[in-house]
Design a protein around this ligand. Sequence first.
Ligand code: NAP
Length: 332
Amino acid sequence: MKNKEIISVGVIGAGGFIGQDHLKRLSTVIEGVNIEMLYDLNTEKCTELANKYHARVAASAEALIADPQVDAVLITAWDGVHADLTLECIAARRPVFCEKPLATTIEDCKKIVEAEKEAGETLVQVGFMRRFDADYRKMKEILKSGELGAPIMAHCISRTPRIAPGFTDPMQITNIVIHEIDLFRWMLDEELVRGQVHFSRSTGFAESGLHDPQLVLMWSESGVLIDVESSANSYYGYEIGCEIVCEKGTLRLPVPAAPIVRSRLQCAVPVMDDWSERFPDAYKNELQHWIDYLRGRTNQPGPGTQDGYAACVTADALIRSQQTGNTESIVL
Ligand code: NAP
């Protein structure tokens, strides 16, 4: 497929929130791509989207992966089916972009790492999009330059205004904190080795039984301590924060630029409502990178199976800590 100008993509889970978001991007701002085929459990929604994007509807996820006109597969279905679908793509030698998480168990992640190794080529990109955000990239560049000395600590917030019913304590890690897990492995260029989760009293907006917010602590190999406040029911809006404290200064993720509105007796900056508004360029860049890699325009693959595996092992240790209250080791 390398050097093919246009990559024909099939999307599994096309009708969901991020599936529709990626479809919009693929049809407007991503170069070198054709939306060939769609599949979703919701047939009505899938047909409506296929009509909108002039694509074909697949009879099943398996049929989409096997279709000879589909060059590559984008998986945006729910977490529980990522592993099986990714393994099926690898077996068919079909390049695949899998939304995070790569799989929900360490065992499944290992199977995927092994299957890709056996295939002998890089076939999988995982949807860790923050690596493609220009501000995080700049922060990594400054860290690497050494001008601020060694990193020591990081303080992060990850707040979402509301969450769908059925959200659980482990999902606080596998759905929300997973981004900081990958981000710091990438940003610090080292593994995370220990983790611990602390609970506070919960907000009245949390479903019964859910601890929300949670405070997650992670230590890197060299001893950098990262704290993340993860909140699934912040009520007021979506906000991501990150400040890295180094020996000679700090690095802070900027708040996205927005007009400061003065109205009667008020001077305010709007707060966003969800992730799709906060990181549009990062989502665009990650998909363009995937397509460009498949077109042979870059030799540098995006985040892959080993990153998905390491994130899963780290998440597992943090979920253990939710149950034990202890600091848990992260053993890759
Ligand atoms: P969602 O709105 O629930 O969408 C999932 C869609 O996939 C639904 O249309 C669902 O159909 C469909 N589906 C479920 N199982 C399927 C299967 N076996 N085959 C085909 N379609 C299937 O969820 P979402 O918020 O879009 O999230 C989807 C995935 O993206 C999740 O894994 C999530 O973790 C990830 N995500 C990543 C980011 C990021 O920042 N990278 C952001 C958001 C979401 P039904 O509704 O009929 O079940």
